[in-house]
Design a protein around this ligand. Structure first.
Ligand SMILES: Nc1ncnc2c1ncn2[C@@H]1O[C@H](COP(=O)(O)OP(=O)(O)OP(=O)(O)O)[C@@H](O)[C@H]1O
Length: 804
C-alpha cells in the first residue's frame, strides 16, 4: 500500500491540490487514477501568516506616525529572550523575527478583545509543538529555546495607544510632578490615557539581592531585568532531570518599571510613590502596596532599616516637607492610623486592644474605634511608626527570620490650606495608604502544623481573596468579592475606588523560589489591567471677604475662636493633669480611698473635719516613709508633712484647752472645799495685793509657764510635756524637807511647801507645836483634803481672808 510521506508531499509541490482544481479532460486524470491528491497544509498556514504579517506591517506603519521614535525601541524589545543566553543556546539574529512565521509580538492592540502575542526569536525548531497549549500565556520551550508567549488583552484596555505611566490624569500640569514618574515616563514608552476616566494601577517590580542563605544553597539567578522595565524569568532544572529539561519554561513580563537588585530605596520611592504624595497634597487619595512571596523584600521596601529607610518613612518625610512649604497660613493637620490584619482580625497597632470591627460609611470602609493620632512632625510620626511596628506580629519562619505574619496598613490624612492660581484659599484633604502585605507562602516553606501554618493559611486565604478581586476587576465584573476577607474590604478603595494606586511586586532572584516569583509576576501582570475610578480632588474653597471691614470682622472672629480653643485646651490639660495625679497616686498607694482623701483639700475646722484630719494624719504617719511614698514627688511629701503638722498642732491646742479647764475645775473645787471645811491659817495667807506680808506667796498660777496661759506652745514636742510638776501630789517630804524633789521649781521659784519648809527650818519646834492639831485635822477630814489644801492653788485661792 502506497504511503505518502512528508518528503513525497514536499517533492510534489507542483502537483495540483484540492485548492487548485485540476483541469478537466487532461490525460493525467484519465490515464492515472492513482491515489487522491494530498493537500499541502503548509500552504494555508503560509497564506494566513502572510496575511497576518501584512496586517501587522500595516498597523505598524499606522501607529508609527503616533509613536514616532518608539518603533525602534519596540523592535529591540522583540529581540531574543535573554534566557537563551542564560541557558547557553545558539546564536540569534535581530532581523530574524521579521521572516520568522511565528515569532512576532504586537505590543499594541487595535481591536478590542483581540489577543496580543509576544513572540521570541527562535531558529526553526526540529520539532515544533503542533498544538499551542491551553494556557496560552505560557512559553513552552525545549531545552534551549523558547517557543512562544501569548498574553490575552481584554477589551477593558484602551483601544488606542496603550499605557500611561505618569499620573498626569490627576496631577495638574501646573504642579511640579514627582521626579520618579517623570523620569520613568521619559525613559519608557508613555501613551495617552482617556483623561478623566480614571487611571490604571501602576505596577512596579523590585528584585532583591540574593541572600546569603540562598547563595550557600547554591541557587542561581532566574530573573533578569532589562531596560529597567522588562523582566525575564527562566527556570532551571538539574541536568539529570531529563523530563523537566525538555519542558523548561521561560517568561517575559513588562511593567511600568522594574528595579534590579542594585536599586536604592530613594530611587524606588521617587519612581513609585513621590507622585502619589504630590497627588495627596492636591487633595486626592493614594495607595501603595507591596505584594510578593515571603522573604521577597516587601517589608524592606515599605519600612526599610534605620540606614536605608523605606517608602513609608520617605513618603512621610516628603509629605511633611511639602506641606510646610505650601501651607499658606502655616497650619496643617496630619492624622495617622496604623492597623494590622492578623488571622482575619483587625487590630490597632498604635493602641492595641480588642479587635476592631469594619464598617462601611460614606467615607468607605472604616475600622470602628481605630485611633487617629495627630502628628506635628516627622519625628513624631517615626516614633508612632516604631511603636506600631513593635506591636506588629512578626515571627521567624524557615523562609524569613523576621517574617511579617500580618498585613499592615498605615494611613496618613493630610489637611492644609493653600492659595490656588486665582489666589483663593483652598482647604485640601488627601489620604495616603501605605500597605505592607504579608507574604504568600507554601506550608513547607514555613512550618507545618503549628501556629505559623495557621497564620500562613490565613495569609494565603486573604491573598487569594485579593487575587479574586483583581480578576473580577480586570474582567469588568459587576460584583467584586471584596467581602471575602478583611484585607480586601480594607483595600476596596485602593483597588476599585477613586484612588491612585501603585503596586510594588517584590521578587527573589533565586531559582529555588521560581514558583513564587512566577506567581507574583503573574498577578502583578494582571493587576496592570485594573482601572481605578477617576479621583477627584477633595478641596473646599474658603471665601475671603474683600472689603477691609469684613476682613477685620473675620480676623476678630478667628481670634475669638482661637482664644476659645486655647481656653478649652487649658481646661483639657488641667483635667489631664488631675487624672494623671490621681492615677499616679492610685498606683503608688495600696489604699486608693486614703490617697484620694489625701489629695482632696481639707475641710474647715469642724468637729467632723477634725476627726477626718486626725484619721488622715494617722494615715500619713503610716505612709510617709513607706517605699511607696518615696515614689511620690518631693513636693507632695512636703505638703503632706505640713498637713500633718497642722493637724498635730490643732490637736495640741485642743488638749491644752482641756487641760486648762481641768485645772480651773480643780482650783474651784479646792476653793469650795476650803470655804466649807477650814479657816485659813494665819500664816502665809496675806493678800497678795496688800503687800504687807513679809513672805511672798507662791501660787499655782505663778508656777505655770507663761506660754501656757497664752494657749500656744512653741513646739509640738513641748506640748506633750507632762503637767506633773504642778499637778504632782505632795509627799511628806514636800512639807518636811527643803531637799524634797518638788522643791526645785521650773522657774527657780519656790513652792508653798518650800516656803513652809523654810519657816520650819527656821523654827523646828513649831512643827512639833503644830503636829498635834494637824493629826486631828487629818483624822477629821482625811488625807485627801489635806493634800488638796497643801496644793499651791490653795494658797492663791485662799489668799484673801475667809469670809466666814
Ligand atoms: N532590596 C534589598 N536589599 C537588601 N536586602 C534586602 C532587600 N530586600 C530584602 N532584603 C532582605 O531580605 C530579608 C527579607 O526581607 P523582608 O523581611 O522585607 O521580606 P518580606 O517580603 O517582608 O517577608 P515576609 O512576607 O515574610 O514578611 C531581610 O533580611 C531584608 O533585609
Amino acid at each position: 500500500m502506497p504511503v505518502s510521506t512528508r518528503s513525497q508531499i514536499l517533492s510534489n509541490q507542483d502537483e495540483p491540490t484540492i485548492d487548485q482544481p485540476s483541469r478537466p479532460g487532461t490525460d493525467q486524470e484519465d490515464s492515472q487514477p492513482g491515489p487522491p491528491p494530498l493537500r499541502n497544509l503548509h500552504h494555508g498556514l503560509k497564506e494566513k501568516m502572510k496575511a497576518l504579517t501584512l496586517l501587522y506591517e500595516q498597523q505598524k506603519k499606522a501607529s508609527a506616525a503616533l509613536r514616532n521614535q518608539s518603533t525602534r525601541t519596540e523592535e529591540r524589545r522583540f529581540s531574543t529572550h535573554p534566557s537563551v543566553d542564560l541557558l547557553g543556546s545558539g546564536k540569534r539574529d535581530d532581523k530574524e523575527p521579521k521572516r520568522s512565521p511565528v515569532m512576532r509580538e504586537k505590543s499594541q492592540n487595535t481591536l478590542p478583545n483581540s489577543t496580543v502575542t509576544r513572540t521570541f526569536v527562535l531558529p526553526p525548531p526540529p520539532c515544533i509543538p503542533t498544538a499551542v497549549p491551553d494556557d496560552s500565556k505560557e512559553n513552552v520551550m525545549g531545552a534551549d529555546r523558547i517557543v512562544g508567549f501569548t498574553c490575552p488583552r481584554k477589551g477593558t484596555m484602551p483601544t488606542t495607544v496603550a499605557r500611561k505611566l505618569s499620573l498626569g490624569s490627576f496631577v495638574p500640569q501646573s504642579e511640579p510632578r514627582g521626579i520618579g514618574a517623570t523620569k520613568v515616563a521619559q525613559e519608557y514608552d508613555t501613551v495617552s490615557d482617556n483623561a478623566g476616566v480614571g487611571s490604571r494601577i501602576l505596577v512596579f517590580v523590585r528584585l532583591r539581592p540574593m541572600s546569603k542563605k540562598e547563595k550557600e544553597a547554591g541557587s542561581r539567578s532566574s530573573v533578569r531585568i532589562v531596560n529597567r522595565r522588562d523582566v525575564y524569568l527562566t527556570e532551571f532544572a538539574h541536568e539529570n532531570d531529563y523530563l523537566r529539561l525538555k519542558r523548561l519554561r521561560g517568561r517575559h513580563f513588562t511593567f511600568d518599571a522594574s528595579f534590579p537588585d542594585t536599586t536604592t530605596q530613594q530611587e524606588v520611592y521617587s519612581t513609585t510613590t513621590a507622585d502619589l504624595v504630590e497627588a495627596v497634597l492636591q487633595g486626592r487619595n493614594g495607595s501603595v502596596f507591596c505584594y510578593g512571596a515571603t522573604g521577597a523584600g516587601k517589608t524592606y521596601t515599605m519600612l526599610g532599616t534605620v540606614e536605608n529607610p523605606g517608602v513609608m518613612v520617605l513618603a512621610i518625610k516628603d509629605l511633611f516637607a511639602k506641606i510646610r512649604q505650601r501651607s499658606c497660613d502655616g497650619n496643617h493637620v496630619v492624622h495617622l492610623s496604623y492597623l494590622e490584619v492578623y488571622n482575619e482580625t483587625v487590630r490597632d497597632l498604635l493602641s492595641p486592644g480588642r479587635p476592631l470591627v469594619l464598617r462601611e460609611d460614606k467615607q468607605g470602609i472604616v475600622a470602628a474605634g481605630l485611633t487617629q493620632y495627630r502628628a506635628y512632625s516627622t519625628d513624631e510620626v517615626m516614633a508612632l511608626l516604631q511603636r506600631g511596628n513593635q506591636n506588629r506580629t512578626t515571627e521567624p519562619t524557615r523562609a524569613n527570620e523576621t517574617s511579617s505574619r500580618s498585613h499592615a496598613i498605615l494611613q496618613v490624612v493630610a489637611e492644609y490650606r493653600v492659595k490656588d492660581a486665582s489666589m483663593n484659599v483652598v482647604n485640601r484633604v488627601g489620604k495616603l495608604s501605605l500597605i505592607d502585605l504579608a507574604g504568600s507562602e507554601r506550608a513547607l516553606a514555613t512550618d507545618q502544623r503549628t501556629l505559623r501554618s495557621l497564620e500562613g493559611a490565613n495569609i494565603n486565604r486573604s491573598l487569594l481573596a485579593l487575587s479574586s478581586c483583581i480578576n473580577a476587576l480586570v474582567e469588568g465584573k459587576k460584583h467584586i468579592p471584596y467581602r471575602n476577607s478583611k484585607l480586601t474590604q480594607l483595600l476596596k478603595d485602593s483597588l476599585g475606588g477613586a484612588c491612585n494606586t501603585v503596586m510594588i511586586a517584590n521578587i527573589s532572584p533565586s531559582n529555588l523560589s521560581f514558583g513564587e516569583t512566577q506567581n507574583t509576576l503573574h498577578w502583578a501582570d494582571r493587576a496592570k489591567e485594573i482601572r481605578t475610578k477617576a479621583s477627584e480632588a477633595n478641596e473646599e474653597l474658603i471665601e475671603v471677604p474683600e472689603c477691609e471691614t469684613d476682613q477685620a470682622k473675620l480676623l476678630l472672629e478667628l481670634q475669638k475662636e482661637n482664644r476659645e480653643l486655647r481656653v478649652q485646651l487649658a481646661r483639657q490639660q488641667q483635667k489631664l493633669l488631675t487624672l494623671q495625679a490621681q492615677s499616679l497616686a492610685a498606683n503608688s498607694s495600696p489604699n486608693p480611698s486614703s490617697v484620694t482623701s489625701l489629695l482632696s483639700p481639707l475641710p474647715p475646722s469642724s468637729a467632723q473635719g477634725n476627726e477626718k484630719r486626725r484619721a488622715k494624719s494617722s494615715i500619713l504617719v503610716g505612709n510617709c516613709f513607706t517605699p511607696q511614698s518615696k515614689k511620690r514627688g518631693a513636693d507632695e511629701m512636703v505638703q503632706e508633712l505640713r498637713r500633718t503638722i497642722k493637724g498635730l498642732e490643732a490637736e495640741m491646742g485642743r488638749m491644752k484647752k482641756e487641760h486648762a479647764l481641768q485645772l480651773k475645775q480643780k482650783d474651784d473645787f479646792i476653793r469650795e472645799l476650803s470655804r466649807k471645811s477650814m479657816k485659813p491659817p494665819e500664816r502665809g495667807t496675806t493678800r497678795a495685793g496688800e503687800g504687807g506680808g513679809v513672805k511672798r506667796v507662791v501660787t499655782r498660777a505663778n508656777m505655770q509657764p507663761k506660754e501656757s496661759t497664752e494657749g500656744e506652745l512653741k513646739s509640738p514636742s513641748s506640748r506633750f510635756l507632762s503637767p506633773a510638776p504642778t499637778a504632782k501630789k505632795r509627799t511628806f517630804w514636800d512639807i518636811t524637807t527643803a531637799n524634797s524633789p518638788s522643791v526645785v521649781t521650773l522657774n527657780g521659784r519656790k513652792t508653798r511647801s518650800h516656803v513652809a519648809s523654810e519657816s520650819v527650818a527656821a523654827a523646828p519646834s513649831m512643827l512639833l507645836q503644830l503636829a498635834y492639831p494637824c493629826f486631828w485635822f487629818v483624822l477629821m477630814f482625811g488625807p485627801h483634803v489635806v493634800n488638796c489644801i497643801l496644793q499651791p492653788g490653795f494658797a492663791r485661792q485662799g489668799a484673801g481672808p475667809p469670809k466666814r
